[in-house]
Design a protein around this ligand. Structure first.
Ligand SMILES: [Zn+2]
Length: 366
């Protein structure tokens, strides 16, 4: 009997241990994941004040200013070299005298080229960057500017969020590690682009996806990992490249508006006709900075009150649904990676191109 009680006690103790271990493992496997998903999807309620997003007209490149209802500001990229003045003019016009968060979507010149000038003139609170080891001359200059101003550098990771106050929330969706390598991008991609920082901005019922220069592989991985990509507005990936913005991604995103940030007469064919066809098939209302200048989106957090306006109408002979012919393929296969997205001179200049090519050759990991 005593032995029976002892073995019974041992059994109970073993059961407790099994339950404890099982419960802990179960929590790790399911509970924690659920909590992370819940936390990531939870959006505070909107205060009702106006949020503005300005997709600036910087030519072939990106520079997008978010003015949150609280007055906090986010600048996603600063356009190509020489665009710094345009960005600063826009900040002045909009009464913005500081940047709380600067996001460098990738290391290419068309995203960080203008950043040095911006950093010289305006205080920046924090920099979020992709962390993908890549270097270009412009990126080195950008990092120097960040160091000189002693700005905190934060590597983008999915699940990170920045509370912009008054109900506005900025969240990182990508890059999702392991980073894409050239071998993963056989379809014609570019590593810094595929590992771009992708973010979403939420404010009440409104949301906008900033796709950086993501590739189709980036889109697929975000979908596979359950990233919240559905949004009202899409900043189209990679200036409308044919290597992104797949029909499947558009279907899942359910976007109502799409903005392409690009420059007139670029030789990479950005935006590509086939991308515009996919956007048309997805029934989005399209805006383009090359034909309409700065695009402004404003909302007080209600779906019905979203306003999208363009600085100007396209000219009579300009068709918003007409892509540009590609004189140079924007893929890694054709050596594009050595150029980055460096915007070329409007007219072909062979000697200058050779100089740029050398200047932007990756010089090793950092
Ligand atoms: Zn780009």
């Amino acid at each position: 009997m005593a032995q029976g009680r002892r073995s019974c006690g041992c059994l109970a103790a073993a059961l407790v241990v099994v339950l404890a271990v099982g419960g802990f493992a179960g929590w790790r496997l399911v509970g924690r994941q659920w909590l992370e998903v819940y936390r990531a999807r939870r959006v505070p309620s909107a205060s009702g004040k106006e949020l503005q997003v300005h997709v600036l007209d910087v030519g072939l490149g990106d520079s997008i200013l978010v003015v949150a209802p609280s007055g906090k500001t986010v600048l996603v990229d600063a356009g190509p070299p020489g665009a710094g003045k345009k960005v600063l003019d826009a900040l002045k016009r909009l009464g913005v005298d500081h940047i709380d968060i600067f996001v460098a979507a990738n290391a290419h010149a068309d995203h960080v080229g203008g950043a040095g000038d911006v950093f010289k003139s305006v205080n920046v609170g924090q920099v979020i960057y992709s962390g993908f080891p890549q270097t270009t001359r412009e990126y080195d200059d950008f990092l120097k500017a960040v160091q000189q101003k002693k700005v905190e550098l934060v590597k983008a990771q999915p699940g990170q969020s920045v509370d912009l106050g008054d109900g506005a929330l900025l969240r990182v969706l990508a890059p999702i590690e392991p980073y894409f390598e050239a071998k993963d991008l056989a379809a014609g991609g570019n590593e810094p682009n595929a590992n771009s920082v992708v973010m979403r901005l939420d404010y009440g019922e409104f949301s906008m996806l900033f796709a950086g220069d993501a590739e189709e592989q980036t889109e697929r991985r975000m979908v596979e990992k359950g990233a919240s990509i559905a949004a009202e507005v899409l900043k189209v990936a990679h200036h409308g490249s044919k290597y992104a913005t797949s029909a499947d991604f558009l279907k899942r995103g359910g976007f109502h508006w799409a903005v392409v940030s690009t420059g007139a007469d670029n030789r990479y064919g950005l935006p590509a006709q086939e991308t515009l066809e996919r956007l048309k098939a997805a029934n989005v209302k399209l805006y383009r900075t090359d034909l309409q200048g700065e695009i402004t989106i404003s909302t007080r957090g209600q779906k019905e009150d979203v306003k999208v306006t363009a600085a100007r109408e396209p000219k009579a002979n300009q068709d918003i649904w007409a892509g540009l012919p590609a004189l140079r393929d924007d893929s890694a296969k054709r050596g594009f990676i050595n150029y980055g997205d460096l915007p070329p001179a409007p007219k072909p200049m062979p000697e200058k191109t050779a100089t740029n090519k050398n200047a932007n050759k990756p010089t090793g990991a950092r």
